[in-house]
Design a protein around this ligand. Sequence first.
Ligand code: GLN
Length: 228
Amino acid sequence: MPPTGNQPSLRKIGILEVQGAFQEHKVALMKAKACLDVIIELEVMEVRHPDHLVSDMDGLIIPGGESTTISLFLKRNKMEEPLRTWIQTKGHAVWGTCAGMILLSKFTENQKDGGQPTLGMLDTVVSRNFFGRQVHSFEAQVTIKSPSLSTSGTECHGVFIRAPAVLKTTSSEVTVLAVLERTEQKDSVIVAVQQGDVMATAFHPELTEDLRWHVYFLTMIENAKMQT
Ligand code: GLN
């Protein structure tokens, strides 16, 4: 007997597969879909070539790695323009983690010598290796600023690996989703932002058991689809 009633909608999410935590993001997405109010089917696909940027792909994750290596890969494979076009198409949502945040930002500080091209999708000034090149990685509690993300507490565990930070937002369209409050420096550093259908986190939620960020991204995809 063929199934009756409404079929769950199929959502396709690409993960830029150059370096970084492809598998971890995939596992987290698959778990996160069960936490949504709506029932969806999920197909996670590798993105390594301009032809992979199909218009019926709904979301894209740009994982961590080395932003210089990733941007070189994008240039060599002639993916920069197709990526910008795909991101700007209504109904598509993007999430950059760590190096992905650098690649999405319009302005970057502490670039490698000779400059470093970015996709320029977020009105932010991002500093590479903000916490110091020597501090390879650290873990700290992150303060969540967005009510939609603080469903189970206003903190989340942040894994930072030679992480960037947002020094400044340059448009009122950018919402701060999370900050890192540093007691020693007595400051508050922006570590997660959203502008429309584009999100960036300086830390790696895919390396923790906390699914809130993946659930939030899936919600962003649903919202982006509703606008089309
Ligand atoms: N520091 C790296 C860069 O500049 C980012 C590190 C990461 O993605 N974990 O690209």
